[in-house]
Design a protein around this ligand. Structure first.
Ligand SMILES: *Cc1c(COP(=O)(O)O)cnc(C)c1O
Length: 246
């Protein structure tokens, strides 16, 4: 089942209103925060409806799914928000507006090599595992500044900032409250690294349940799926993975 046009438009408007309210609370302009709608697991038709509703930035966490939807909707700025294997670097370079998950030097090397070969400049964010959560991707907080400097010095890469996914909140603690210190730590790190790498201004943080805290702590990009699109349908691949896991 897909959301009807009206429902999708209503949810989108309500997410935009949440972003605007949080920005105003923090003394920021709503236009300082870019909404990236994460369409993973949703059909390409949902992505198409979002584009028609004026959403210019869409995100996916798997390369194959991103490329398939991008073929159908080439006018959208596509964001890769998930983990990236080095052997898929060549599939994304020049095809996505922003890679949110640069987490290691070997991946920076490979993205750079592919970008130089394709004669493009690839924009990236360094993903930081601020909460040191084994379930989440990203480099360690203490390694992030060095990784930013390393990637910024490579040809073909443009480091535009930092990204994080906070740990799941402990039971009973609101998501925003649990995530806020992680968001604040990413912002402090950004304020440090931008002194050496002036292009690294962006802060990609905040999802459906914690976007207000992220915007109040300085997010310039929020990545929102469920609050716009509803619960994600379970995909064929997930069913297969779960069956394989027994
Ligand atoms: C799925 C996903 C999101 C969106 O999450 P929601 O809770 O559905 O808003 C954001 N960021 C990343 C990295 C994701 O994988």
């Amino acid at each position: 089942m897909t959301a009807g046009d009206g429902l999708l438009a209503d949810r989108l408007a309500s997410v935009r209103a949440r972003i605007a309210a949080a920005a105003l609370d923090a003394g920021r302009g709503p236009q300082e925060v870019r909404l990236v709608v994460v369409t993973k697991n949703h059909p390409v038709d949902a992505a198409r409806q979002l584009a028609l509703l004026g959403v210019g930035d869409l995100g996916e966490n798997r390369v194959d799914e991103l490329l398939a939807k991008r073929d159908a909707l080439p006018g959208v700025r596509w964001h890769l928000v998930g983990r990236l294997q080095s052997n898929k670097a060549r599939d994304v370079v020049g095809r996505v507006a922003l890679v949110h998950g640069l987490d290691r030097r070997s991946l920076a090397d490979e993205l750079s090599r592919r970008a130089v070969g394709a004669e493009v400049e690839q924009a990236v964010l360094v993903q930081v595992n601020v909460g040191d959560d084994p379930a989440k991707g990203g480099c360690r907080l203490g390694e992030a500044a060095a990784l930013v400097a390393y990637a910024a010095a490579l040809p073909g890469l443009r480091v535009e900032g930092l990204m994080t996914v906070p740990p799941l909140p402990p039971a009973g603690v609101p998501a925003g409250q649990a995530a806020r210190p992680h968001f604040a730590a990413l912002r402090r790190l950004r304020d440090e690294v931008v002194a050496g790498v002036p292009s690294a201004v962006e802060l990609s943080m905040g999802m459906s349940d914690d976007l207000e805290a992220a915007v109040e702590e300085g997010a310039t990009m929020v990545r929102v799926g469920t609050a716009v699109l509803g619960a994600r349908p379970v995909t064929e691949q997930q069913v297969q993975r779960e069956e394989a896991a027994g």
